[in-house]
Design a protein around this ligand. Structure first.
Ligand code: AVI
Length: 383
């Protein structure tokens, strides 16, 4: 049995994967590499993991983090390969998962506090108002959160589900062990009857465990789905649909189509935090891959494209830069004026989204929104 706060490695051999780490995993909070927390070396089989997390084990109050024992050197090489591929492509791009190193994650949290970035506080207010109702609809369920980050918004749900001392299992899934540990400490302190089992891995590699947690509700908040392109989104929904059992729930947060000026402001905050977030990607390339890109020559360009219903974020190179990638011993010349796409942030219409999700066997049970209809929270059920 696990002792409180023990970390478990997630066995690659024991858990089927979709081979997603190279191309499919686009969710920011899930795509941070491992950061600084020691990982135990014992690998567990799928069965052992399941046994250790099953809600009816005698040790059900155990807090654990299941960890994927990836090697840091693989991560760096994979990063270098993705950068080389993206910078030499037409048009050039960099995968948004690399935005979230330690500094990038901190900057993103700062973005969520900017007055122009309405998404986080609007969604939090919807959750605060409706958590009890959501709990009444679903009844007792294991709460599985994808890209949990610091789990702050989840607090409203944990409070509703643990009201009156009911025991609740919370399963945050995030690639950052550091974030999982921090979230776990905070949750255990605030909610006595909540048991936390963190999974430090990508969504897709965590999916095969989900059936063991049924009845469950998967939380996918913050409009993180908006950072997936169409192909990634399709693969994600099919994977999640297959991973859930019939009648399991999904609570999905989506940012809605709105006035262009509001969207442009949200991604161009006056304090320049979003700009620093974009620039940090290049600071990270310098730090981890041995490049020496002049950061002052990188300009943040973010604009809503109504015809594509998405904000597109680019890094514009003011001057030519030679990008040396040490792990590949290769230099890529990026000409002056090049626009490198670093993120897309898609915006949604509720009806269209509901119709799209029906294709993956999810039916809409309830839609919650704010007074201005800026953000939508969809409670869906797996048919
Ligand atoms: C994480 N994700 C939902 C954010 C968004 O709004 O698409 C990422 C972000 N990038 C710049 N600002 C926020």
């Amino acid at each position: 049995m696990l002792s409180r706060h023990e970390m478990l490695p997630l066995s690659r051999a024991g858990v089927d994967t979709m081979g997603c780490r190279d191309s499919l995993t686009n969710c920011p909070s899930l795509c941070r590499p491992h950061q600084g927390v020691p990982v135990t070396s014992r690998r567990l089989s799928h069965a052992e993991i399941v046994a250790s997390v099953a809600p009816d084990t005698p040790d059900a109050d155990v807090e654990s983090v299941i960890v994927d024992p990836r090697h840091a050197s693989d991560d760096v090489r994979e990063f270098a390969k993705s950068v080389a591929l993206g910078l030499t492509d037409t048009p050039p791009w960099l995968h948004c998962r690399f935005l979230y190193d330690d500094r990038g994650s901190k900057l993103f949290e700062e973005i969520t506090r900017q007055p122009e970035y309405y998404l986080t506080r609007t969604e939090a207010a919807i959750l605060e108002q409706n958590a009890e109702r959501i709990c009444r609809v679903t009844g007792p369920v294991t709460l599985i959160e994808l890209g949990s980050g610091n789990s702050v918004k989840t607090d409203y749900l944990l409070k509703a589900y643990s009201a009156g001392g009911s025991s609740v299992r919370y399963v945050p899934v995030d690639v950052s062990e550091t974030i999982l540990h921090q979230a776990k400490e905070a949750i255990v302190e605030r909610h006595e009857s909540v048991t936390v089992t963190g999974i430090a891995d990508t969504y897709e590699r965590a999916f095969p465990l989900f059936k063991e947690f049924s009845p469950a509700m998967v939380l996918f908040l913050g409009s993180s789905i908006g950072n997936f392109d169409q192909r990634e989104s399709h693969t994600f929904w099919q994977g999640l649909s297959d991973a859930l059992s019939s009648r399991d729930y999904l609570l999905l947060g989506v940012d809605l189509v709105k006035e262009e000026a509001t969207l442009n402001a949200a991604y161009n905050d006056a304090a320049g935090v979003t700009e620093a977030f974009t620039r940090n990607l290049f600071a990270r390339i310098n730090r981890e891959l041995g490049a020496s890109i002049e950061l002052g020559q990188i300009e943040h360009v973010a604009r809503y494209h109504a015809e594509r219903q998405r904000v597109e974020i680019y890094a514009r190179f003011r001057t030519e830069q030679e990008v040396y990638l040490a792990p590949l011993e290769r230099t890529i010349v990026v000409p002056a004026g090049t626009m490198v796409m670093t993120e897309i942030c898609r915006k949604y219409h509720l009806k269209k989204m509901a119709a799209y999700l029906r294709c993956f066997d999810f039916s809409v049970e309830h839609v919650f929104t704010d007074e201005r209809e800026w953000f939508g929270l969809l409670l869906l059920q797996r048919r």
